[in-house]
Design a protein around this ligand. Structure first.
Ligand SMILES: Cc1cc2nc3c(=O)[nH]c(=O)nc-3n(C[C@H](O)[C@H](O)[C@H](O)COP(=O)(O)OP(=O)(O)OC[C@H]3O[C@@H](n4cnc5c(N)ncnc54)[C@H](O)[C@@H]3O)c2cc1C
Length: 636
């Protein structure tokens, strides 16, 4: 009998000590005013830990122990519907009996009212056992939650302050159906000709004379797309102009049910169940919609906004999934290396293998730290937003304080989210590959399971926005922050530089040095803007750039930054993890050694990336036809 929660000291450190549960539980439990809810944070935490122990045991025994059978069994298309093999059917039935689909759904809507933080921790546990089962499971409760969040956003949810809680919500029928078991949802974005390039999506939403919207088009690679409830993004307005991003404004979000009230599939066809490299427990399908009656969510043209909202949470989810897979691969590698003799000792005592294991462990701790920070901030921001919408404090000063707190949390969560998705999914591949390497020939053989983890890991840098798209998003936000607030950027650069030489705390100096390298990268990229667009600014101090840059968009204007976006996001990852681990070491001095291990790896890595950013790229850009200065050699 294993338990993936109880055997994980680093994870338990967060749940038992490091997560700041008090504000999260207070916001989730409306200040403990609900008659059916816990009366204190301690009481709530006790329940959360019970849930984690239950899930940790279930995933270890029912999923982790069965990985071979689950990996060998593939869902298939039979008579137009997806059929799971018996081993999966049995597992999904057992999973349904745990009634976890309503984990985050408010109590008054039939759920367990647990924080999102708790759900993401369960995500890690599931993914350690099998990442595809984690995905299949996630498209149940996750989509019920999406239905609720969308209704809140568009203003079709009402709140009773006396309860306190939600009194009605537009998609209650979706939530009820999913919580009853046997139903789930999907997020239908990708089309055969456009994945990252969402501005080119072609599926159409048309408003009929009868006032009913109908959706027509084909979506591909849709996880759990054989279910009932589809959040479909479709074009309702024609593209205005030739700009590569113009098409984003004409998209709208729809809810499309795939079955009628009698459970008969209608207006939708499952075109294919994909045969995949890994991720076998999750069905990935192609689906077509033919005049499918649809409900518009929000206003027409707001689809991209609604999609981003869902995707931000999903990206944090992939961070935790990837973390679970990293944990599985690291543990497998460590156990094998401790047993496998070579040249007079076990291989974990050979320097290079020991070095790999040490880095794997450090990376996992860094990702977990970043993930825990991101999910807490995102949850705080979303729940304060809900409080301000439905149950705002009477005191204007208190309202203002909450608004500020929400904005701070939102800003930082937005900074951390693409970096978490990028770092965790890239590391999942690296750590899974190292696990194969540490197993030697056995790593290549199916029976050991190392190759299965690598196959499963390979999708992580692809779905929910590829690594390159995360790089572009993080680059854009980072550069735009400096462009919009140049004085703040200059002030922050000066602070980091000063701290890096003057702090009495050597660890703070080292973290600040990483920040200096990040700022140097940003400044370098900004000072070499596309073509001649901003060349007149080159010789002006950054603090005075101000309004001259108000129409600047790095995604359109700045080839060098796009070229180096992935390098920049890796520097951001090194910096953000160091910042979070430093804050943690201040609270828990015994965690200082984790920060030290991270810094030891991050410092040379960041220096190397900064050198790449400042000395390379122009030759390649010229080959792509960009106007660029020949500064590569000069910089060297
Ligand atoms: C197992 C699995 C499950 C999935 N589940 C879902 C789902 O549930 N719902 C859904 O809608 N989709 C889903 N997808 C689709 C997935 O989100 C897309 O495959 C992904 O967004 C990439 O799109 P694409 O395949 O069209 O690749 P492309 O967008 O064609 O990208 C190909 C390559 O080019 C790079 N690239 C593209 N544009 C740029 C750019 N501007 N700059 C630099 N590099 C760029 C990409 O990073 C990538 O490396 C799933 C995919 C898989 C494999």
């Amino acid at each position: 009998m294993g338990n993936f929660y109880e055997d994980n000291d680093d994870l338990r450190f967060y749940v038992e000590r490091a997560i700041d549960w008090e504000p999260i539980v207070r916001l989730t439990e409306h200040d403990f005013r609900s008659p059916d809810g816990p009366k204190s944070t301690a009481e709530a935490l006790e329940t959360y830990q019970d849930v984690l122990a239950l899930v940790g045991g279930f995933v270890a025994d029912e999923i982790g122990a069965n990985w071979r059978a689950l990996d060998a069994a593939h869902p298939k298309l039979v008579d137009g519907e997806v059929k799971y093999p018996p081993v999966m059917e049995e597992l999904f039935e057992k999973l349904a009996s745990l009634e976890l689909n309503g984990l985050n759904i408010p109590r008054e809507l039939g759920g367990l009212n647990a924080p999102v933080v708790l759900m993401q921790v369960t995500n890690e546990l599931f993914a350690r056992a099998d990442v595809s089962i984690c995905a299949h499971h996630g498209f149940h409760g996750g989509m019920a939650m999406a239905a609720l969040v969308y209704s809140v956003l568009e203003g079709s949810t009402t709140f009773d302050r006396e309860l306190p809680g939600i009194s009605s919500t537009r998609f209650q029928h979706v939530i009820d159906d999913i919580l009853a078991g046997g139903s789930w949802g999907s997020m239908d974005i990708t089309e055969p000709h456009a994945g990252s390039d969402m501005a080119n999506l072609r599926t159409r939403g048309v408003l009929g004379e009868d006032g009913v919207w109908r959706v027509t088009g084909s979506k591909t690679f849709i996880t759990s797309g054989h279910g009932r409830w589809h959040f479909v993004i479709a074009r309702t307005e024609d593209k205005q102009g030739d700009d590569a991003f113009a098409g984003l404004n004409g998209l709208s979000m729809f809810l499309v049910p795939a079955f009628d009230e009698n459970g008969v599939r209608t207006h939708t066809t499952i075109d294919a169940v994909e045969s995949k490299m890994g991720h076998h427990g999750s069905a990935t399908v192609g689906i077509s919609f033919e005049d499918a009656p649809a409900e518009l969510i929000g206003k027409r043209g707001e689809g991209f906004k609604y999609m981003l909202m869902l995707m931000n949470n999903a990206r944090i989810g992939v961070g935790f999934e990837a973390l679970g897979l990293c944990e599985a691969a690291y543990r497998m590698a460590k156990a094998y290396a401790a047993e496998r003799p070579s040249m007079g000792k076990t291989i974990d005592k050979h320097e290079m293998i020991a070095d790999m294991l040490d880095e794997m462990r450090t990376d996992i701790q860094g990702i977990r730290c970043l993930g825990m920070a991101a999910v807490q901030l995102e949850e705080i921001a979303q729940k304060i937003d809900i409080q301000l919408r439905f149950d705002p404090p009477a005191d204007p000063a208190e309202r203002e304080r909450l608004e500020k707190r929400m904005k701070r949390a939102k800003r930082r969560a937005r900074e951390l989210t693409p970096v978490l998705k990028y770092l965790a999914s890239e590391k999942a591949v690296e750590i899974a590959r190292r696990n194969v390497q540490i197993h030697g020939g056995a790593g290549y053989m199916v029976e050991y399971g190392a190759e299965k983890l690598l196959r499963d890991a390979m999708v992580m840098p692809i779905y929910e926005g590829t690594s390159q798209i995360q790089g572009l998003m993080a680059m854009k936000d980072t550069l735009m922050a400096a462009v919009k607030h140049p004085r703040t950027f200059v002030r922050e650069s000066a602070r980091a530089r000063w701290t890096s030489v003057s702090s009495r705390d050597p660890l703070e100096r080292r973290v600040a040095k990483l920040e200096v390298a990040r700022n140097q990268s940003v400044q370098h990229l900004l000072s070499r803007l596309a073509g001649h667009k901003l060349s007149e600014l080159r010789h002006e101090p950054m603090g005075s750039w101000g309004s001259k840059l108000s129409h600047f968009d790095p995604k359109r204007d700045f080839a060098l930054a796009m070229l180096h976006a992935e390098r920049l996001i890796r520097i951001l990852a090194d910096v953000q993890v160091a910042q979070e681990l430093y804050a943690q070491a201040k609270r828990f001095p015994e965690r200082t050694e984790v920060l030290e291990r991270w810094l030891e790896r991050a410092e040379p890595r960041t220096a190397f990336l900064l050198t790449e950013i400042t000395t390379t790229g122009h030759r390649l850009l010229r080959s792509l036809g960009h106007e660029t200065e020949d500064v590569d050699q000069a910089a060297k």
